[in-house]
Design a protein around this ligand. Structure first.
Ligand SMILES: Nc1ncnc2c1ncn2[C@@H]1O[C@H](COP(=O)(O)OP(=O)(O)OP(=O)(O)O)[C@@H](O)[C@H]1O
Ligand SMILES: [Mg+2]
Length: 214
């Protein structure tokens, strides 16, 4: 179970949940779980015309039962999107997650806000990793911009593991959603799809290495 969580609104939880779960389908059947009353993922899923990716809406209390049934039905990966500003719900989910992925946008306000999510993960001893999202794309020949390097350094100083690479600010990540697609379906050869694939590769490897793997 991969939880995507950040107390900060708009960090990119739902965006990453969509694009990562669509890619995860290459590694086995996936259930996307929408625990956010805003229902962003459910609306996206309703616009889909193709694919086998399943989605269910659930409250935090219902998630254990949903996962149990999913496992019996041969689901390999559950990707859970969570709402902002709901500490008790996120904490209940985090305590069960194989890995909590925390999207962080480069910028002082986002870095200020991530402390609360990191503290929650630490207090629950929950495996977690930050992913830098909506970052300025690196220039030609550049590995990352200075803004991203600074963000990475601040997170590392806060004691937070940070995934290598980044998910850049790219229009295709939001355009794909309008037609109910993932970026992998919308623009499979684009740079956004390549970045998402690299993130999924690290996330799935990390998840497999944790004892709570499910
Ligand atoms: N890497 C990205 N590139 C381009 N746009 C992005 C990226 N990440 C997020 N966005 C856009 O930023 C906005 C907020 O993203 P999203 O809804 O995924 O955040 P969220 O954390 O789920 O928000 P909430 O806390 O309200 O649930 C959306 O309009 C989304 O399309
Ligand atoms: Mg959301």
């Amino acid at each position: 179970m991969i939880l995507i969580a950040a107390q900060k609104g708009g960090a990119g939880k739902s965006t990453l949940a969509v694009h990562l779960s669509a890619l995860a389908e290459r590694d086995g059947r996936v259930l996307l779980v929408d625990t956010d009353p805003q229902g962003s993922l459910s609306m996206w899923h309703g616009r889909r015309s193709a694919g086998t990716l399943r989605l269910t809406r659930a409250s935090a209390q219902a998630v254990p039962e949903v996962l149990c049934t999913a496992r019996r039905e041969g689901i390999r990966w559950a990707v859970i999107d969570s709402p902002p500003h709901n500490t008790s719900l996120v904490s209940a989910l985090m305590s069960r997650a194989t890995l909590t992925l925390i999207p962080v946008r480069p910028g002082p306000f986002d870095l200020d806000a991530v402390g609360a999510t990191l503290a929650m993960a630490r207090s629950l001893k929950a495996p977690m990793a930050c992913v830098i999202n909506a970052a300025p794309p690196p220039g030609r020949g550049e590995r990352q911009t200075s803004a991203v390097a600074e963000t990475r350094a601040v997170l590392t100083n806060m004691g937070a593991p940070v995934l290598p690479g980044q998910v850049s600010q790219r229009a295709s990540l939001s355009h794909a959603l309008i037609s109910g697609q993932s970026v992998d379906e919308y623009d499979p050869d684009g740079r956004a799809a390549a970045e998402i694939a690299a993130v999924w590769s690290t996330v799935s490897e990390l998840a497999r290495s944790f004892p709570r793997h499910a």
